[in-house]
Ligand binder design. Structure first.
Ligand SMILES: [Zn+2]
Length: 342
């Protein structure tokens, strides 16, 4: 896929409903001061938040969008609009209280461009309790014409008191008929977009952000090394060395999760209709024949644990983490056989 910088201020084709509902609230002068945009990761919530923020700040919005020509829009495009505040994790993976204290000071200031002020905060679930409590004060006493847009993939991790002060706007996974043409319009190569969208669990922005032109090759290498490992042709340490990637630390875990989940589905249903990795069906058959359901579930659990460790705040040693997973996989492959399946 072509490289796109995200987030961008844009409404995506599958976000019409949300756009129209908010538009009606603006027209009726009933837009609440705090909005919570929620839905699974990578379906364009942040793009929507930026587009909506731009529209609120624009001095000549028309047709339900920012004009892209006024001084406010120029400031936004140059990322120098004084009345737009972004709050997101900086040095740590958390939104810390100092950031919310800064925000509190900004909230009480008068808008410099004479319009409203907009704060976009994401991922909102990365606030710790202290910062969430500090934010509550802002939400309880918003300055005039100040709008907060919180964006989250995990609304359940927000403080209930924060959630209850926001109007929730729910975003759904787009239908293929909407996502595929849009992805085709962003793509400059002949990749199988339908396969990539399935691998991304329907999340188009994941396809754009993570599945670059080499993704399917990297995925094939992961499959090849895993195959070598479970067939006893390479050691776990060698496989880990060949697969460890600083640039794409999570990819190995996502690919393994997908392959083992498919193999489990195949074993349980004896049907290939629901496979996501349709192009790797023969390898999925190998896994399904080699491992019992219990063993596959164990692998999926371990993969999830590793993924959480890599994306969490504990900064584990990536080599040891991957080696330990592959050693476990190797042990299970050696101890399992097609005769002892559950
Ligand atoms: Zn404008």
């Amino acid at each position: 896929m072509s490289e796109l910088e995200l987030p961008r201020a844009r409404y995506l084709p599958w976000q019409q409903l949300q756009k129209e509902r908010l538009q009606q609230q603006i027209t009726a002068n009933r837009l609440p001061h705090a909005l919570l945009f929620s839905g699974i990761k990578d379906i364009g919530k942040k793009d929507f938040a930026f587009a909506f923020g731009a529209q609120l700040l624009c001095t000549r919005p028309g047709g339900g969008s920012a004009c892209n020509q006024c001084s406010s829009c120029h400031l936004l495009n140059a990322s120098t609009h004084p009345d737009l505040r972004l709050v997101r994790p900086e040095e740590s993976k958390l939104i810390v209280i100092e950031q919310i204290r800064d925000l509190t000071e900004w909230v009480v200031q008068t808008a410099q461009q004479g319009g409203c002020k907009v704060c976009i905060l994401f991922p909102a679930e990365q606030m710790n309790v202290q910062s969430a409590n500090a934010l509550l004060k802002c939400l309880e006493e918003p300055g005039p014409d100040t709008f907060f847009i919180l964006v989250t993939d995990q609304p359940g991790r927000l403080l209930p008191t924060v959630r209850s002060r926001c109007q929730r706007v729910e975003f759904q996974v787009p239908h293929e008929e909407e996502a595929i043409p849009w992805l085709q319009s962003c793509s400059d190569s002949d990749v199988d977009i339908s396969l990539l969208l399935a691998l991304a669990a329907g999340a188009p922005m994941k396809v754009v952000k993570q599945f670059d032109g080499d993704y399917l090759n990297r995925r094939a290498r992961i499959m090849g090394a895993t195959d070598g490992l479970i067939q006893g042709k390479v050691t776990a340490v060698a496989a880990a060395a060949s697969l460890l990637s600083k640039e794409y630390p999570v990819e190995i875990y996502d690919v393994l999760y997908g392959l083992f989940s498919d193999a489990l589905k195949l074993t349980l249903s004896s049907s290939n209709n629901t496979l996501i990795n349709k192009d790797m069906e023969s390898f999925i058959n190998v896994i399904s024949n080699k491992f019992s359901c219990t063993a596959m579930l164990l692998v999926i659990d371990c993969v999830n644990m590793c993924r959480r460790a890599v994306t969490g705040s504990s900064n584990p040693n990536p080599t040891l983490l991957l080696e330990s997973l592959l050693i476990k996989l190797d042990e299970l492959a050696s101890s399992e056989g097609s005769n002892n399946r559950v």
